[in-house]
Structure formats: structure tokens, C-alpha cells
Design a protein around this ligand. Structure first.
Ligand code: AMP
Length: 130
């Protein structure tokens, strides 16, 4: 059984896609803690990020860097923060979150409820800056 994220990559489940290359995929988190909250994943399905090979882990971060640059061009923010949690979805992923202060990274606060049209528009803007 494929992870929900593998099914997104396969196009079986819709997402607000931000970027893709041969081995990586980026899309907006459906339950964002901030506008522009993006998930970056390897297409190869591995649960725990540190089970990726050194080369895969490095390549994932290089891809994430390009996505973060596109997010920063799109969403006004001081920095793009990075977090790895992975307790909910067993497919390695990096959270990229536009931040102005430390608490913008907190996952235990109320998440944003953004209409799908707005999520789609944000994803398209980030994609255009990628
Ligand atoms: P965690 O595994 O703890 O890092 O959390 C998984 C993250 O994936 C959460 O922030 C969810 O909102 C997000 N998520 C779960 N399903 C989807 C989906 N279908 N599309 C976009 N984001 C999702």
C-alpha cells in the first residue's frame, strides 16, 4: 500500500503542486501553520528521513533549498524555516514555513483554514518563482 504522499506524486490524490524534479516533489501542506507552508518529499517512499542514503538526503535538501528560495520570493517573510516531524505521514518530508518570528514554526497552535482557491493561487505563485 502506497503512502498518501506517493499517491499524490502518482496523481491519484489532488494537491497544490509547487515544484517537481525527477526524484523530488513539493506541494502545499493542506493544513498549513502559515501561508506558503510547503512539504518537500523524495519520490522514493521511505518513512524515516534519516533512512535515506547520504546522497538522497543531500539531494533532498538541495531541492528544498530551491523551493525555499521560491517561497521567499513569493511570501513576504524574514526567513523560511525548516522542520522535520514525520509522526503523522510515514513518508519522509521536510516542512518549509515562511516565518517572521519563532512562534510561526509552532505546530501546536491553531492551523490556518485557507480555501482551496487561495491555496491553489499561492502554489501557482511559488511555482512561477521556482
Ligand atoms: P507530520 O507527518 O507530523 O510531519 O505531518 C504531516 C503533515 O502532512 C501535516 O502537516 C498535514 O497537514 C500534511 N498532510 C497530510 N495529508 C496531506 C495532503 N493530502 N495534502 C497536503 N498535506 C497533507
Amino acid at each position: 500500500m502506497s503512502s498518501i504522499f506517493s499517491r499524490i506524486v502518482a496523481g491519484e490524490i489532488p494537491c497544490c503542486k509547487v515544484a517537481e524534479d525527477e526524484k523530488h516533489f513539493a506541494f502545499l501542506d493542506i493544513n498549513p501553520v502559515a501561508k506558503g507552508h510547503t512539504l518537500v518529499i523524495p519520490k522514493r517512499e521511505v518513512d524515516y528521513i534519516y533512512d535515506l542514503s547520504d546522497e538522497e538526503l543531500a539531494a533532498l535538501h538541495i531541492f528544498a533549498k530551491k523551493v525555499a528560495e521560491a517561497i521567499k520570493k513569493t511570501i513576504p517573510c524574514r526567513k523560511v524555516g525548516q522542520a522535520v516531524v514525520g509522526l503523522e505521514v510515514p513518508h519522509a518530508h521536510i516542512h518549509l514555513i515562511p516565518i517572521n518570528k519563532e512562534s510561526d514554526m509552532y505546530f501546536d497552535k491553531e492551523h490556518l483554514q485557507l480555501p482551496i482557491d487561495e491555496l491553489s493561487q499561492i502554489a501557482n505563485q511559488i511555482a512561477a518563482n521556482f
